[in-house]
Design a binder for this molecule. Structure first.
Ligand SMILES: Cc1cc2nc3c(=O)[nH]c(=O)nc-3n(C[C@H](O)[C@H](O)[C@H](O)COP(=O)(O)OP(=O)(O)OC[C@H]3O[C@@H](n4cnc5c(N)ncnc54)[C@H](O)[C@@H]3O)c2cc1C
Length: 397
């Protein structure tokens, strides 16, 4: 728990000077979180669970991934689950914000509105832009000082990179790509569940002897918590001292020229599978998505066939989506696909095979040939939109 004498209320000033300089530099660029996905760190060097005063349980931290003062959506999603974990632990959720002062203050304010009770704010020019090495030093130093019980990060490129570096530095366990997190009521350990063995089983992993317990979670797995306007919390601010000589410098940023697919956050996702038969048939899914104000996704079957970019893949090894409406067209409903879309508000499936597993989770199922059903759906949507534009109502056909 933070030192009570060194905290302020809300997004006020800084009064705590953490020194991260003593931390061992971690190697930038590590991203093989799967290798770190054991519940236990190596025993030879692993640090044993620190003795805590009875009844004192560390906080549940969420590392806020940000660009300027804009946070990644997954960070807010994690604050929602952090809050419920902290309640079960009898602890509190806290945001960790590493960057420059002006952005940190704004992000702390937003964190409180998303449910954080405290914000650890570390302000240093070397923390912007993101480079693994200084972020790892500062986060590990904060964790050593304040002994959180749990640290959660988004399973994004950055989050995976930073989480594995910090877990190595702290000699603790890290579970990558969790799909469920809960507190064991007996042991108060974090139960970290993720698909294993090619998605054929769900493994629940614990970190019994080392702290912090660390996990990454992909965007879209947990819902966004409601915002509470004007909510405040404790700010624990620090000015970390970083090693003068960093081994990694960012010289230039070249954005990925591949199209960005805004699957996450889309209101409607129309996904096609192997049943689409060929690339040109995706044009009708594009049209349906456009009419519904949505985007096109795909199963891995369609991606492997080369019809769709891997960036559009929904599922265990693709993206996790939670749209208001998910339309699965010519998709069988393999468990790995369901992992990425089963939390959609409403699921409609179109498949010619009435025994396809996708129908088990669909709210609406249409058994039929997609080459007849999809054009009919497009025509119906267009008809209704045209009627709505004229202020007329349309009879259900
Ligand atoms: C480690 C691992 C990770 C994986 N990750 C993912 C992942 O992230 N996402 C993912 O999607 N998969 C993933 N998979 C693959 C997954 O197991 C399935 O193979 C895949 O989802 C199948 O894609 P599909 O449903 O498009 O194809 P199929 O299973 O071949 O299904 C095609 C469906 O189309 C229907 N159909 C055919 N013609 C028509 C028609 N004319 N009209 C209506 N329906 C028709 C068929 O009845 C059938 O149900 C993963 C697999 C592994 C081992």
């Amino acid at each position: 728990m933070p030192d009570e004498s060194k905290k302020t209320r809300a997004s006020a000033g800084k009064n705590n000077a953490d020194k991260a300089g003593g931390g061992k530099a971690a190697t930038a660029g590590k991203n093989n979180t799967d290798r770190a996905s054991s519940g236990k760190a190596p025993t030879a060097k692993g640090r044993k669970l620190r003795e805590r005063p009875k009844g004192k349980i560390g906080e549940v931290w969420v590392v806020i991934e940000c660009e300027g003062d804009v946070a990644a959506g997954v960070s807010w999603e994690l604050l929602g689950i952090a809050r419920s974990l902290a309640t079960d632990l009898g602890s509190r959720p806290a945001a960790v914000i590493l960057g420059i002062d002006v952005h940190c203050q704004e992000l702390a304010r937003q964190s409180f509105e998303r449910g954080a009770a405290a914000a650890y704010v570390a302000d240093h020019p070397a923390l912007v832009p993101f480079i693994t090495e200084p972020h790892c030093q500062v986060l590990a130093a904060l964790a050593r000082k304040h002994s959180p019980e749990v640290i959660l990060l988004g399973a994004t490129t950055r989050g995976r990179d930073l989480a594995s570096a910090v877990a190595t530095e702290m000699e603790t366990g890290l579970t990558a790509d969790c799909t469920a997190l809960e507190i064991d009521p007996e042991s108060l350990l974090l139960r970290q569940t993720r698909p294993a063995f090619g998605g054929n089983i769900m493994a629940t992993i614990i970190t019994p002897g080392h702290r912090p317990q660390m996990a990454t979670v992909r965007p879209g797995v947990f819902p966004l918590p409601e915002t509470v306007a004007g909510a405040t919390g404790d700010v624990i601010a620090s000015k970390p001292r970083l090693a003068a000589q960093q081994t990694v410098r960012r010289l230039e940023f070249l954005p990925n020229p591949e199209e960005e697919v805004a699957l996450q956050g889309a209101h409607v996702v129309v996904s096609g599978g192997r049943g689409m038969r060929q690339l040109k048939n995706f044009a009708m899914l594009e049209e349906l998505a456009r009419e519904l104000g949505g985007v096109v996704g795909a199963s891995r079957g369609a991606v492997d066939a080369g019809w769709v970019s891997p960036r559009r893949q929904v599922g265990q090894t693709g993206q996790t989506v939670r749209p208001a409406l998910y339309i699965a067209v010519g998709i069988s409903g393999a468990i790995q696909h369901l992992a990425g879309m089963q939390h959609s508000d409403m699921i409609m499936a179109i498949n010619s095979d009435p025994t396809a597993p996708i129908f088990d989770i669909a709210d609406y199922g249409i058994v039929g040939d997609l080459f007849e059903v999809v054009p009919a759906l497009i025509a119906e949507v267009k008809k209704r939109k045209a009627a709505a534009a004229k202020g007329e109502s349309v009879k259900t056909s």
